[in-house]
Write a new protein. Structure first.
Lengths: 291, 325, 247
């Protein structure tokens, strides 16, 4: 039982990170039909912005700010204007190919110009263990969980309780209608790219102390974000959040209790089952297809 | 096909036969790899380019084909039978993988096939009793066919080239038959196709089955070419690579995969001057190509050819009259 | 006269909205039946239920006395019922000729013979005839997507005739077509009807077009049939006028 609690808590912590990444992923899909195959690499990159800033002498907190700022510039603004915008008129598939190429580009750039080795990354809180009901829970897991939950709640409030957030949601759900209602759709689309950039930067700060910063990190993270988004519901922010948590916990439990060799397989099997039985995801809306 | 196109294809074929006599062994290996991967890319072009079904599973089918041939020939089965078995097994699995495509499309289908690829990879890595796990399978022999030993690089290249020729012709036959028309209809407007009596379900499954079986046959050539196979050759990276080949060459064009595979195989060599950075250059080139010409290199050539014709005839852009009849 | 198509008590809901509400009618051999009604009166939904694009929530559809409710669109089509859609639906990347061959090929042979048999499935001459009939000969080799809107509309209709159907359902064939082209289209449809003794059902907004083409007219409003008669009777029916002009 004790180890079960441990597994669930650390699963929730990684799940919360997956959720952040998946939320950004669904926002991009909703507002601009961008399936970002480079989303995992987007999480990998900010850690290296931060490490580079620290190498240049910045303290950790300042490096984090620089990392978030650079992330907004590169993964938000530049990604939208240089990669996505010229491709939109060509439809979904060329853009998918382009983001696959972008993933290779980011990965190789970090490998060739920074390092191919895993880099240690400072943790938010010093590592120690708490004893709760006989279970050992690491403070790091709790800190990750806390930051991720605060971020998710803040995002949820921002999207639902502010005028700007509601305009963004309107854009995401039906941009034509939003346009007619006077929502500045183009600006809202840009904002979702910026929000995504901030989310991946936070995820990067949270996950890099656990997995170390490495150029290949994006492969598993990107996959996790897809899985979380689809299992929860591709077109709903809360679906992505739910999917992230389910995935994190499930991953930990199946690795511990069923088979660590096939650790990666269970989420995939769940994905296939979800897509076949409930393609709109657990809490998603059905996307109407007109005849 | 017009006369200039036919001439270009004939010249390319002659070139492909003559070229290896001027190459060192590594060069022959590279063009053999080109022939092998082109087979897989033709298959993916059938599924994706013509029938419009997004698949990220082609790398997995190459892997299945490679392992089937390696295991069966090492168990003593003659190569031709193992070759056919690889094609048949991938046909069957591809057929089954087509079923999700009947329910979901586009990005969902991409993710299902992506999941399939990862599952196959995990199977190859973990089932050591069968596949040798991460150590892979070693010393895969090249076949002797009717007394012709393909052990040498040159002989094996001609075996690959011949197989590519036969399979490309077969695919060409299928694409000019009513099936080819039906595949395009499936891509462009499945609802209308259904209303015209096309059993879209069967055509979708067939597009997957035939495309996947070409992937398997490519793997059946791949194993004896490299003579050592391991799971990581057939991971998601391979599927992405094949996808890029099809798109970069020109998806939905018959000769797109030939060009795409050529670029993918030769580019690392051409870009050797850039040392380790060739993948960065390749990725950047793909992104630029997608932004300016998503129909790929063949699309680019077609566009250029049209421009030349227009310039020669001295007329403005060709548009049909909109007032008639 | 026998009924080619018999629809009885057909119903279809979308959420709380009843799009088709207990509709029954039959289509007689050789007639051109018009179905008119205001926007959103359920005309296209009715077509989609009859042809298998949508599954009705209740009711029966028979083609030549054979029940077809719940059958897939491709199987219904191969019974000899074809259709056009409200929005233009040709295959833009295929040539005009290939569009027509495609429209007939599934009625020839089996999957297997279509793979190993002739590239045009033996339909080349028939396609050329159809191209000539709709006066598109100068465009036979063009990609359909390069044709003008009106030309594509003609091709769309020609495709519905390609398999020599028993019954053709045309969903707004005149929609968006200019006046010259409209006359041409109507004249070709009438010629086809006379020549092949085909049976048509036509959904249309363009009143002149319906009145000139159809032998009998059904009026649909809010998912129900509210009137039936010859074009002249319908034109004078106060119920119809009210449905169109509102209360």
């Amino acid at each position: 039982m004790a180890s079960f609690i441990q597994l669930v808590v650390s699963g929730l912590a990684t799940g919360a990170i997956y959720a952040l990444v998946a939320v950004g992923f669904t926002l991009l899909w909703q507002t601009s039909q961008t399936i970002n195959f480079a989303q995992g690499e987007f999480v990998m990159l900010p850690a290296f912005f931060i490490l580079a800033s620290m190498n240049a002498g910045a303290p950790f907190w300042l490096a984090c700010l620089i990392g978030v700022a650079l992330s907004i510039l590169v993964l938000g603004v530049m990604f939208k204007f240089i990669v996505v915008d010229p491709m939109l008129k060509h439809g979904v598939l060329p853009l998918v190919i382009s983001t696959i190429a972008l993933a290779i580009l980011l990965k190789e750039t970090v490998k060739d110009f920074y390092s191919s080795q895993a880099q240690p990354f400072p943790a938010l809180v010093p590592a120690s263990d708490l004893h709760v009901f006989g279970a050992v829970v690491s403070t790091q897991s709790l800190a990750v969980l806390a930051v991720a939950i605060v971020t998710v709640v803040a995002l949820h409030l921002a999207l639902n309780k502010t005028r700007l957030g509601r305009m963004m949601q309107a854009t995401a759900q039906n941009s034509t209608l939003a346009q007619i209602l006077g929502v500045p759709v183009r600006r809202m689309v840009l904002y979702t790219f910026l929000v995504n950039a901030v989310l991946v930067a936070i995820a990067s700060i949270l996950i890099s102390p656990i997995y170390l910063a490495k150029f290949t990190n994006g492969e598993t993270l990107g996959m996790a974000a897809f899985l979380a988004a689809i299992i929860g519901g591709f077109n709903q922010v809360r679906g992505a959040i739910l999917g992230g948590f389910i995935l994190g916990v499930l991953d930990n439990l199946s690795a511990a209790y069923i088979s660590s060799q096939y650790r990666g397989a269970f989420p995939l099997l769940i994905l296939i089952v979800v897509i076949l039985l409930r393609p709109q995801g657990l809490v998603g809306r059905v996307e109407e297809r007109t005849v | 096909m017009n006369r200039a196109g036919a001439f270009a294809v004939g010249a390319a074929a002659v070139f492909a036969v003559v070229l290896p006599f001027f190459l060192k062994p590594f060069g022959i290996y590279l063009i053999s790899l080109w022939a092998v991967l082109t087979v897989a890319a033709i298959g993916l072009n059938l599924t994706l380019g013509y029938a419009g079904q997004v698949s990220l599973a082609q790398g997995a089918f190459v892997g299945i084909g490679a392992y089937v041939v390696a295991l069966l020939t090492q168990a003593g089965l003659p190569y031709p039978l193992a070759f056919l078995a690889a094609g048949a097994l991938c046909f069957a699995i591809g057929w089954l993988l087509g079923y999700p495509a009947l329910r979901v499309q586009h990005h969902y289908l991409a993710f299902v096939t992506l999941a399939f690829t990862t599952l196959v990879f995990l199977f190859l890595r973990n089932e050591e009793w069968l596949t040798g796990g991460i150590y892979g399978i070693n010393a895969i022999a090249r076949p002797t066919l009717l007394g012709w030993s393909t052990g040498k690089a040159l002989d094996f290249y001609f075996f690959c080239l011949g197989t590519l020729g036969v399979l490309a012709l077969a695919t060409w036959w299928m694409l000019r038959s009513p099936w080819g028309r039906a595949f395009v209809a499936l891509r462009e407007n499945p609802i209308r196709a259904l209303s015209l009596g096309l059993d879209t379900r069967r055509y979708t499954l067939m597009a997957f089955a035939f495309g996947s079986s070409l992937g398997g046959l490519s793997g059946a050539l791949f194993a004896p070419l490299v003579q050592f196979i391991e799971p990581s050759s057939f991971g998601l990276g391979r599927s992405f690579d094949l996808l890029l080949m099809v798109i970069v060459g020109g998806s939905g064009y018959f000769f797109g995969p030939f060009v795409g595979a050529l670029i993918s195989v030769l580019l690392p060599e051409w870009l050797r001057v850039t040392e380790g950075y060739y993948l960065i250059v390749y990725a950047a080139m793909v992104m630029v190509l997608m932004a300016f010409c998503p129909s790929g290199v063949i699309g680019l050539v077609e566009r250029a050819a049209k421009a030349v014709t227009r310039w020669r005839s001295g007329k403005p852009a060709l548009r049909p009259e909109s007032t008639s009849p | 006269m026998t009924a080619v198509l018999e629809v009885s008590n057909l119903r279809k809901h979308f959420g709380g909205i009843t799009a088709v509400d207990d509709v029954s009618f039959e289509v007689r051999d050789g007639e051109i039946l018009g179905i008119i009604g205001p926007n959103g009166s359920g005309k296209s939904t009715l077509f989609n239920c009859v042809l298998g694009q949508l599954t009705p929530d209740g009711g029966q559809v028979h083609v030549d006395g054979k029940p077809t409710t719940g059958m897939r669109p491709c199987d219904i089509n191969r019974l000899g019922v074809s259709r056009t859609f409200q929005l233009l639906q040709v295959f833009p990347q295929l040539s005009v000729r290939d569009n027509l061959i495609l429209a007939g090929q599934e009625h020839q042979g089996s999957m297997h013979t279509r793979l190993v048999g002739r590239a045009d499935a033996g339909l080349g001459p028939a396609a050329d005839q159809m191209i000539e009939f709709f006066r598109l000969s100068h465009l036979a080799g063009e990609q359909a997507g390069l044709l003008s809107y009106g030309q594509q509309k003609l091709l769309d209709a020609a495709m519905a005739f390609m398999a020599g159907p028993r019954l053709v359902l045309l969903d707004e064939p005149a929609g968006g077509v200019n006046l010259t082209m409209l006359g041409h289209l109507r004249e070709r449809l009438q010629a086809y009807h006379a020549e092949r003794k085909a049976t048509f059902v036509v959904i249309e907004h363009q009143m002149e077009f319906v009145m000139a083409l159809c032998t009998r007219v059904l009026v649909l409003a809010q998912g129900r049939i509210i009137a039936e008669g010859t074009p002249q009777e319908i034109r004078r029916d106060p119920v119809v006028i009210e449905a169109y002009l509102g209360h």
